[in-house]
Design a binder for this molecule. Structure first.
Ligand code: C2E
Ligand code: CA
Ligand code: CA
Length: 579
């Protein structure tokens, strides 16, 4: 590399000597010399020279701007650059003054050229080293910055970067409320399930693929960020109105519709989108993200549209959920949960074949909290895993007690509801085995209810698990049948045992011929496929008569009994058997 040396001297003498002395070196391209006549010219040269000057040789006494002032001002242009003073006035005062102003060395005229060459080399080396260190430092700083502001997995902006961009947007909007913006909070559906069933590798690839799809729905000026595990955020600027935002959200849903082909697996996902518009009335970026998040939770409710615009009333609901979540966590730890048992009746001989375990939460302040309120929340937060584990344990222990308590009613079975997430948990089978062994139960006394929606996920993991359960004699029951979208061909392939006809078809079947037709069809289907059928939610004698006449083998519902507290089970069994 050629070192660039700036020689600052008003006497042409120095220039001439240097050129003469370094001629050989100039040809070798070790040094390139450029010249200035005084400090002022030198500063101008420094400001424009590319690549930059590596070392300065400067005289002290010069017209317009002397060497001392030049020494002072070099750092304004380049902090790494060093100057060597070459002066005829090499007395101590001058040397000290120059050194105090940042001179790297001091040479006296007449010049000893060997000395000069050594000094130039030394100075260039020092400057080069300093610059190299600085550059490395800058690179480290850039990398740290990159890490602090981008998401490593997807390469998208992260939360910090998103909030920074949002802050700019919020400030601009405060000055000019014309340019509306919107913050979209997105959550990927079924991410947790994919992570538990297929592992990190695949769930990571799902996130990367999602990021790619989201990008295709956005303009280059929109900001897309990944906030956390399965959460993304989008900042849309300069939008006309909420209709425009809605159409972008629609485009995103459309893009997410087709399945992801990842590692030979076909994965269906989707997103729920919450939206906060720029006219929220806050100046804090975090408020926009929070509001969009709140709206996203609203959108996530199964009954709602997958896109929701934030309105203040959602906040109350969000607070309530937040509190409920932490309380539920405690409830599982402190055993505030307990089980109720609803009998399942075998119709042909009017006997109790078993019970369905239904979880209950006796909240110290709120009183009874129903599963419809906390199961969806537990599924969302992952708390469903410890919850369902707890239910399995309790159900197993209970059945073991009943066996010694009610030999006259034996065999009884117990049905347990399990969520998709629990089912995909890696340690699930081991848990079942422990529960069966420790309670001396055979698999055939345990039934597992899975909703139709879960089964239709078609994951090889769930299929594999089902066959593992079968080898243990555990019966599988498809819950809420008729409410999902079962593919009949698929149903046929699954080694299921029981279909539970959803209570929405039983309720009103006496008067509504359509419902009656559906019940008939499901019963025929069950028979054809060799499944047993349980009618859920039987409330009236008329429904029971109809079901009997249709040959439905099992029924469950308030007509026989509401879900019972444990102590009431004994008297129910006795009373029922003497009916
Ligand atoms: P599900 O599995 O469909 O449970 C049947 C629900 O219907 C129960 O509601 C039960 O109390 C109610 N029911 C029973 N007979 C009648 C009737 O004749 N009429 C009417 N109107 N309702 C009847 P519950 O206990 O509130 O549970 C609601 C849902 O929560 C359950 O629906 C199940 O999906 C879920 N769940 C309950 N316990 C657990 C659990 O331990 N784990 C999981 N993952 N889910 C649970
Ligand atoms: Ca059930
Ligand atoms: Ca059900």
């Amino acid at each position: 590399m050629v070192a660039k040396i700036l020689v600052v001297d008003d006497e042409l003498e120095l220039e001439r000597l240097i050129l003469q002395r370094f001629k050989k070196n100039i040809r070798n391209q070790k040094f390139e010399f450029i010249f200035a006549r005084n400090g002022k010219e030198a500063l101008e040269t420094l400001a424009h020279e590319v690549p930059p000057v590596d070392t300065i040789l400067t005289d002290l006494r010069m017209p317009e701007m002397d060497g001392l002032i030049l020494l002072d001002r070099i750092k304004e242009i380049d902090e790494t650059l060093k100057a060597v003073v070459v002066s005829a006035y090499g007395d101590m005062v001058n040397i000290r003054t120059a050194m105090n102003r940042g001179a790297f060395d001091f040479l006296t005229k007449p010049i000893d050229f060997r000395d000069l060459e050594i000094t130039i080399n030394k100075t260039v080396e020092f400057v080069t080293e300093t610059r190299k260190n600085r550059q490395q430092l800058r690179q480290v700083r850039d990398r740290l910055h990159q890490r602090a502001y981008s998401d490593e997995l997807t390469g998208l902006a992260n939360r910090n970067a998103f909030l920074d961009r949002l802050q700019v947007c919020v400030d601009q909007f405060a000055e000019n409320p014309e340019g509306l913006f919107a913050v979209l909070f997105l959550e990927l559906c079924r991410y947790r399930m994919v992570k538990y069933s297929f592992g990190h590798g695949l769930s990571d690839r799902l996130l990367i693929a999602t990021a790619k799809r989201l990008k295709t729905c956005l303009r280059s000026t929109d900001v897309l960020a990944r906030l956390g595990a399965d959460e993304f955020a989008i900042l849309l600027q300069n939008i006309r109105d909420d209709r425009e935002v809605q159409s972008i959200a629609d485009r995103i849903h459309e893009a997410m519709k087709s399945p992801f082909h990842l590692d030979g697996s076909l994965l269906f996902s989707g997103v729920n989108i919450g939206i906060a518009l720029g006219n929220l009335g806050s100046t804090q970026p975090a408020d926009f993200l929070q509001s969009a998040d709140t709206a996203m939770h609203y959108a996530k409710d199964p009954g709602n549209s997958p896109t929701a615009f934030f309105v203040p009333a959602m906040q109350e609901n969000a607070l309530w959920r937040l509190q409920l979540e932490s309380e539920l966590q405690q409830a599982i730890a402190q055993e505030e949960l307990h089980l109720n048992y609803q009998p399942i009746i075998f119709l042909p001989n009017h006997s109790v074949s078993g019970f369905e375990a239904l979880v209950r939460w006796r909240h110290p302040q709120r009183g009874r909290v129903f599963p419809s309120e906390f199961i969806p929340l537990a599924e969302e937060t992952g708390l469903i895993v410890p919850l369902d584990n707890w239910v399995l344990w309790r159900a197993g222990e209970q059945l073991n007690r009943w066996r010694s308590q009610f030999p006259q009613f034996w065999p009884l079975s117990i049905s347990v509801n399990l969520s998709e997430i629990e089912l995909s948990h890696p340690s699930y089978l081991a848990l079942i085995d422990r529960i069966l062994t420790e309670n001396f139960l055979s698999g055939c006394s345990l039934k597992i209810e899975i909703t139709e929606r879960t089964l239709m996920q078609q994951s090889s993991q769930i299929n594999n698990l089902i066959s593992q359960l079968k080898t243990r004699g555990i019966q599988l029951c498809i819950d809420d049948f008729g409410t999902g979208y079962s593919c009949l061909a698929y149903l046929h392939r699954l080694p299921l045992d029981i279909i539970k006809i959803d209570r929405s078809f039983i309720n009103g079947m006496e008067t509504d011929s359509k419902k009656l037709d559906i019940v008939k069809t499901i019963l025929t289907l069950a028979e054809t496929l060799g499944f047993q059928a349980i009618a859920e939610g039987v409330e009236t004698a008329a429904q029971l008569t109809l079901l009997r006449s249709l040959g439905c083998p099992y029924a469950q519902g308030y007509l026989f009994s509401k879900p019972l507290e444990e102590p009431a089970v004994a008297s129910f069994l006795t009373a029922f058997s003497s009916e």
